[in-house]
Ligand binder design. Structure first.
Ligand code: ATP
Ligand code: MG
Ligand code: MG
Length: 357
């Protein structure tokens, strides 16, 4: 069978490699970090910096198609691999910069929060005034799990806020008052066909996803709208693979869905699909990049996905005998606060997926 190359060796790479193995495909991981979680389930692993052009070229020669599981892989590394990378470098480039990303999503017809690009305390103060006195300051690049973000309230010390994110180019976003958060995880095949999963209710604390529940908060009409808009983004990028859009659900009939951000990869809010969908997001990503037809995204059960973050995972054994619980651990040795160590999918009522829904 074919060999799939994955840039990045974290838990997403690990779960992609497992899905590939189940389809009879092998995976070769390329990543700069020692002891990557994905290495344990991959047929091969190269540990080298993304800037090492020779190592990258050897990796590329050993695989049939390349994908990435981490959106901060340098675009230059991906461009050097030519057209064997799915999704392509444009998706990565857009998703790496919050300002570019918002402009692109808006161009595709997705409502986004009012925002301003800023690179000084004076600009932050001006943006905050424009946006009504409250907002969130975020680094344009490299943020994830709420890192590089700070809330701005009236009277805030803007110089201190700027210092706290490292005085790098940033964005100030208006605070979106939301009833719920959700996400559309959508697969697009090499033939341009798309299939999307039920959008869950996503709960965060301290900027990190804690829990995703399906069915989620969207009416059938909004679900269809979110899927249509996500497909538009995928189409505009000529995207092949799994793409996620995170949404705020506002409760405002005039503007019910506001896009927060995109992820050009499989997504934490799609982990429930491993145990409660006919085809998981990981399998569908592999199918798409391998040029295979997509599998059914139909949901087979109601489910709650609980992230095991930091010391949440210390007593992982307790999930082994919980009715309906399926435990997934990432094999990470060091427990650190805020580090994603695993997740549990807790299934409840079964759904007759043949009837739809
Ligand atoms: P990840 O990529 O891991 O999802 P991130 O670091 O890119 O995280 P964001 O998605 O930008 O972070 O923000 C994390 C969370 O903070 C959001 O899911 C939401 O709960 C809250 N948040 C972010 N931006 C806004 C906003 N403009 N208005 C209201 N809440 C927000
Ligand atoms: Mg993000
Ligand atoms: Mg996010």
């Amino acid at each position: 069978g074919a060999t799939i190359g994955i840039l990045g060796g974290g838990q997403l790479g690990r779960m992609l490699a497992t899905a590939a193995a189940e389809l009879g495909l092998s995976v070769h991981i390329y990543c700069p970090d020692t002891d990557p979680p994905a290495a344990a389930v991959a047929a091969g692993t190269t540990i080298a910096p993304y800037e090492d052009a020779e190592a990258l070229a050897r990796f590329a020669a050993a695989v049939d198609v390349v994908t990435y599981e981490f959106e901060n892989v340098p675009v230059s590394a991906v461009e050097g691999l030519g057209d064997r990378v799915r999704p392509g470098p444009r998706a990565l480039e857009v998703a790496q910069d919050r300002l570019t990303e918002k402009a692109f999503l808006a161009e595709c017809g997705l409502p986004v929060a009012p925002h301003r690009g800023v690179s000084s305390p004076e600009e932050i103060a001006g943006a905050l005034t424009d946006l009504g006195g409250v907002g969130i300051l975020k680094t344009r690049r490299m943020g994830y799990d709420g890192k590089g973000q700070v809330r701005l309230v009236p009277g805030v010390d803007v110089a201190r806020a700027f210092a706290s994110i490292g005085e790098v180019p940033a964005i100030v976003e208006a605070l979106v008052p939301f009833d719920a958060e959700t996400s559309t995880v959508l697969a697009r095949g090499a033939d341009g066909r798309t299939a999307a999963y039920t959008a869950p209710a996503n709960e965060h604390s301290e900027g990190i996803l804690r829990r995703s529940t399906v069915p989620g908060p969207l009416t059938a009409g909004l679900e269809a709208e979110a899927q249509r808009l996500t497909a538009d983004v995928a189409e505009a990028l000529g995207y092949v693979g799994v793409l996620a859009i995170e949404w705020f659900v506002t409760g405002d009939p005039a503007n019910p869905l506001v896009a927060n951000e995109m992820a050009p990869r499989v997504h934490n809010t799609g982990h429930w699909t491993q145990d409660a969908a006919v085809t998981s997001q990981f399998e569908n990503h592999i199918r798409a990049i391998a040029g295979w037809p997509l599998g059914s995204t139909a949901r087979t059960a109601d489910a709650v996905m609980l992230n095991l973050i930091g010391h949440d995972a210390d007593d992982w054994q307790r999930h082994l005998d919980t009715a309906g619980a399926k435990l997934h651990l990432y094999g990470k040795r060091d427990t650190r606060p805020g580090r994603k160590m695993g997740h549990v999918n807790v299934l409840s009522r079964g759904v007759d997926f043949r009837a739809g829904g």
